[in-house]
Design a protein around this ligand. Structure first.
Ligand code: 0O2
Length: 269
């Protein structure tokens, strides 16, 4: 390969990150639908820019013709969690898929083995098979799993590192190291009230799901032309919603279900 056709080479990497984005978000949705705490808070993906690939290959002394063989983080997935404990749940979810739709190549626990910079994250390098119009290809991909606090710190540190091109002034380096410890302390403290936070969020989630179902049921009355009933239920819903009593909202939803059965409305939308 003498001239790199970047567009063609990077295409399957984009496909891999797109597919993984859908898969991890689908796991998150499954937890939410089942009214359980999702260890996945947010999924981000990126394909390294051509400039970053060239920079990294120069730093590592990798010939450009070898970058696709040697660089394992051209495709990247970042999974952000609320709690440190969730990180290890996500790690287990990925391990459970090993040999199924992905293959684990390497794991690096930068949480228990914090980098000297203060960087914390759990890294898993995988191979992920994509099938494009030109055939199947195994794409290496680096999955970084971290908490929101770890992500906040890493994003800031990454920008500073970029700004100072690796030569951060000592006073700034010391400050940023201290910030890493402070943010990990926050993670640890939050971890001690994890159960309580999860319980509160569960109640909010149950209410959100219930409200969603109620609004769908009311909307279905509109679809079958029961405008008067729809308006009445709408008014009743607004009062109940303001009251905020989940038990009452539940009863109201059951009433809507009964009505839907009566009118033989199938669930639309
Ligand atoms: P980008 O722009 O995020 O892609 P190394 O060369 O040792 O830094 P290596 O061996 O490829 O990296 O693997 P490693 O150590 O697992 O790190 C890969 C990625 O982890 C980095 O990619 C960063 O995203 C992140 N990372 C690792 N160490 C640090 C750190 O000290 N600070 C921050 N902010 N991020 C870190 P890139 O290519 O450096 O950058």
């Amino acid at each position: 390969m003498s001239i790199i056709n970047w567009r063609e080479e990077l295409f399957p990497y984009k496909q891999a990150t797109d597919e993984l984005y859908i898969k991890f978000n689908s796991i998150k949705k499954e937890y939410i639908d089942l009214e359980q705490h999702s260890p996945i808070e947010l999924v981000q993906t990126r394909v390294k820019s051509i400039a970053s690939i060239i920079d990294k290959s120069n730093k590592r002394d990798i010939h450009l013709t070898k970058v696709f063989e040697k660089l394992e983080d051209i495709a990247g997935v970042r999974i952000i969690c609320k709690f440190v404990e969730d990180i290890y749940k996500v790690v287990q979810l990925i391990r459970d898929r090993d040999g199924k739709d992905l293959t684990i190549k390497e794991e690096e626990d930068y949480i228990n083995n914090t980098k000297s910079s203060g960087y914390r994250s759990y890294h898993i390098t995988i191979k992920y098979k994509v099938i494009t119009a030109t055939g199947a290809k195994e794409i290496p991909c680096e999955i970084q799993i971290r908490t929101m606090a770890m992500n906040f710190w890493a994003t800031i540190e990454h920008s500073l590192r970029y700004k100072y091109n690796g030569n951060m002034p000592t006073h700034l380096r010391e400050k940023i190291e201290a910030c890493a410890e402070a943010s990990f302390k926050l993670d640890t403290e939050m971890g001690t009230i994890r159960e309580e936070i999860i319980e509160t969020q569960k109640v909010i989630q149950i209410k959100e799901n219930l409200v969603y179902e109620i609004l769908k049921n009311i909307q279905n009355l509109y679809y079958i032309g029961k405008i008067e009933e729809m308006n009445e239920f709408n008014k009743e819903f607004i009062d109940l919603y303001q009251e905020g009593d989940i038990e009452k909202l539940n009863k109201f939803n059951n009433k809507l279900h009964t009505m839907a059965t009566l009118y033989k409305v199938s669930y639309i939308g």
